[in-house]
Design a protein around this ligand. Structure first.
Ligand code: CP
Ligand code: NVA
Length: 301
């Protein structure tokens, strides 16, 4: 593993190895066992979009690992004034031991890795959100014990979350059903790949998608950068909502996950979110442990 640009670059074994290390680091942190595996190392964190969980978990995670993290807003970097990614990559690689980037285009993340010489971690693009899905998978295994025979149902926009969930579930042998309107389907290549595996189903029937699900997952109707489409999306997704009725189609012990931030009353009801708050906030906490595992795998060389 040289970078984490998208989950599809990792083998199933590599994903499991990150999850196992994340469990171990969570245990060490909870039991006060020192794990300063990145002493003296510096991570640069480039943000072109807002963040609460990703920023704080990377920053705190790096501190707990004995290193330090630099918050680099793209508004304040020369990137914001047009300095090309290939130059930024070469300059930052001379100062830093790793770079995390949250931005719009997946190609910017790929270029950062191509032109730089340090590990690059994708902290969310319009295309995918691999760090989130590693934390999601970690949470599912914590609650369910294993991935064997499980079905995850994703309800809503076929966005970055849906794309990464398809990859994560299929790689680990979980079934995944995506319920979305026809105009908001996940990436076409991923649909083709997932469908071939026999594990992916894409439908606009939310009840069919939720049938016998072990995990129901949702995300906002309008992602960062799509604020101008709010009205169109509110209309398109009005019936793509995680509520008690939808949950009645799933297994009795079905978990509910949400990458957060959540819009109560839109993609998820207040009642469902609060009933499943333990799972959802454990999932948020697991961003810390999963990302520490990614950083150790990539930067502890
Ligand atoms: N889930 C997630 O990535 O949260 P932030 O946008 O707050 O980082
Ligand atoms: N799909 C959302 C995920 C936020 C973590 C977005 O891109 O804004």
């Amino acid at each position: 593993m040289k970078h984490l640009l998208k989950l599809g670059d990792l083998t199933d074994k590599e994903i499991l190895s990150v999850l196992n290390l994340a469990d171990q680091l969570k245990y060490e942190q909870k039991h006060g066992i020192p794990h300063k595996r990145l002493e003296g190392k510096t991570l640069g964190m480039i943000f072109s979009k807002a963040s609460t969980r990703t920023r704080v978990s990377f920053e705190v995670g790096m501190y707990q690992l004995g290193g330090q993290a630099l918050f680099l807003s793209s508004n304040d970097l020369q990137i914001g004034r047009g300095e090309p990614i290939q130059d930024t990559a070469r300059v930052l690689s001379r100062f830093l031991d790793g770079i995390m980037i949250r931005t719009f285009a997946q190609s910017d993340v790929e270029d950062l890795a191509k032109y730089g010489s340090v590990p690059v971690i994708n902290g969310l693009t319009d295309y995918c959100h691999p760090c989130q899905v590693l934390a999601d998978l970690m949470t599912i295994r914590e609650y369910k014990g294993s991935f064997k025979g499980l079905k995850l149902c994703f309800v809503g926009d076929g966005n970055n979350m849906a794309n990464s969930l398809i990859v994560g579930c299929v790689k680990l042998g979980m079934k995944i059903s995506v319920a979305c309107p026809d105009d908001f389907r996940p990436d076409a290549k991923l649909i083709e790949w997932g469908t071939k595996s026999g594990l992916l189903e894409v439908t606009n029937d939310i009840y069919k998608a939720a049938a016998d699900a072990d995990v129901i997952y949702t995300d906002v109707w309008a992602s960062m950068g799509q604020e101008g489409e709010k009205a169109v999306r509110e209309k398109a997704f009005a019936s793509y909502k995680v509520d008690d009725k939808l949950l009645s189609y799933a297994k009795k012990d079905c978990m509910v996950l949400h990458c957060l931030p959540a819009h109560r009353g839109e993609e998820i009801t207040e009642e469902v979110l609060e009933k499943h708050a333990d799972e959802i906030f454990e999932e948020a906490e697991n961003r810390l442990h999963a990302q520490k595992a990614v950083m150790v795998k990539l930067m502890d060389k």
